[in-house]
Design a protein around this ligand. Structure first.
Ligand SMILES: *Cc1c(COP(=O)(O)O)cnc(C)c1O
Length: 382
């Protein structure tokens, strides 16, 4: 129940990767048949990634994952447009892979506007228009949020950016395989994706860079990735990414509605069975696999520990390991009422989850919350 954190690499994907560790181990930059096989495998994977998102293969650059792709998009555009401007527009609910590069740029003198979201976690495209000034060089808003599953109106947001001739980046890490992702329809000039979020291996991802987008190199060294991201390619990873994205996109029409039905049953029955509970994120504009609820009077990490004892892996945006006791920046930005802020629970479904898994969670969770509430000091205060 934690597939937003990662997914298992699918057996078909692992099988496709295996030969590139052993008999086809050549360095793609070398000049003999063994190397050529590796080079061809990379280009075939590039073709698959491009097809999956409506791009041209020469606009796909392989990276070490979603974090690197986001870092490259933000720092690379900032570096290449230094003379043009110093202002970036993003949202308050981005993944840290976007927020922290923005904060790093602020230390270098750039200005960043962190757009607010409504109570459902959605960015208003009108607020993008208001935030843009004549020094804005990048707009970056994620396609779908990893914590609360809110799907953003990226086509409307990118149109605002385009009207001002400002490049638009979107972190689509959670979107691939969940809903159709097309760089044309989304109006994306840059788009980040990561294989391990959709049945591929960890440590491999890609950045889509629309032809003509001004962006600096990410890694300097050899001529790999057309000189823009040097370093001997992660050939098995790239092959795995190509296979995984092809499968994820092909299976989406069957998988997304199946997961959405389980999601909706979980949400409905949790809200029915457990009093003083609220749904976080948007009721309909949300990822098909995402459930995020907040229970009054309980503490997120205690829920996780008890669920783990029942063999259920889940996640919370209310971590008390940090000294601050603050809920996540995403829940805070949505204005989660303080009495609910400490008890959030995220369940994210995956391909292999079944209705029996949903039954099991629903049989365990009410008792867990009841037990935690019975010993909660928060409850006495109410
Ligand atoms: C997981 C995730 C990332 C980071 O991707 P990695 O490949 O793990 O570095 C970035 N953005 C979002 C929305 C994510 O869910």
């Amino acid at each position: 129940m934690d597939h937003a954190a990662t997914t298992p690499t699918r057996p078909e994907v692992a099988r496709a990767m295996l030969p590139y560790f052993s008999e086809r181990f050549g360095n793609p930059s070398s000049l003999y048949s063994l190397a050529r096989e590796a080079k061809e495998a990379i280009e075939e994977a590039r073709q698959r990634v491009a097809e999956a998102i409506g791009a041209n293969p020469e606009e796909i650059y392989f990276t070490s994952g979603g974090t690197e792709a986001d870092n490259w998009a933000i720092k690379g555009v900032a570096a290449a447009n230094k003379k043009k401007g110093d202002h970036i527009v993003t949202s308050a609910i981005e993944h840290h892979a976007v927020l922290h590069p923005c904060q790093a740029l602020e230390k270098q003198g750039y200005r960043v506007t962190y757009l607010p979201v409504d109570e459902f976690g959605r960015v208003d495209p009108g607020s993008v228009e208001e935030a843009i000034d004549d020094k804005t060089i990048l707009v970056s808003v994620m396609a779908a949020n990893n914590e609360i599953g809110a799907i953003q109106p990226v086509a409307a947001i990118s149109k605002v950016a385009r009207d001002h001739k400002i490049p638009f980046h979107t972190d689509a890490v959670q979107a691939i395989g969940a809903f159709p992702v097309d760089v044309g329809d989304m109006g994306a000039d840059l788009l980040a994706l990561s294989a391990h979020k959709f049945g591929g291996p960890k440590g491999i991802g890609a950045l889509y860079i629309r032809r003509g987008t001004r962006i600096g190199t990410f890694m300097d060294g050899g001529a790999q990735e057309r000189g823009r991201r040097a370093g001997t390619e992660n050939v098995p990873g790239i092959v795995g990414l190509g296979k995984a994205i092809e499968l994820a996109v092909a299976e989406m029409p069957e998988k997304a509605p199946r997961l959405a039905a389980m999601r909706d049953r979980l949400i409905r029955e949790i809200l029915e069975a457990i009093p003083d509970t609220r749904l976080n994120g948007h009721p309909t504009e949300r990822l098909p696999n995402n459930v995020n609820v907040a229970f009054r009077y309980v503490e997120g990490e205690s829920i996780l520990l008890m669920l783990d004892a029942f063999g259920i892996a889940a996640s919370t945006g209310s971590a008390c390991t940090s000294a601050s006791l603050e809920p996540s920046h995403v829940l805070t930005a949505c204005g989660l009422p303080p009495e609910h802020a400490h008890g959030s629970l995220r369940l994210t479904l995956g391909s292999r989850n079944t209705e029996e898994d949903v039954d099991y969670v629903l049989s365990v969770l009410p008792g867990v919350i009841e037990r935690l509430r019975a010993m909660s000091p928060l409850r006495g205060e109410a």
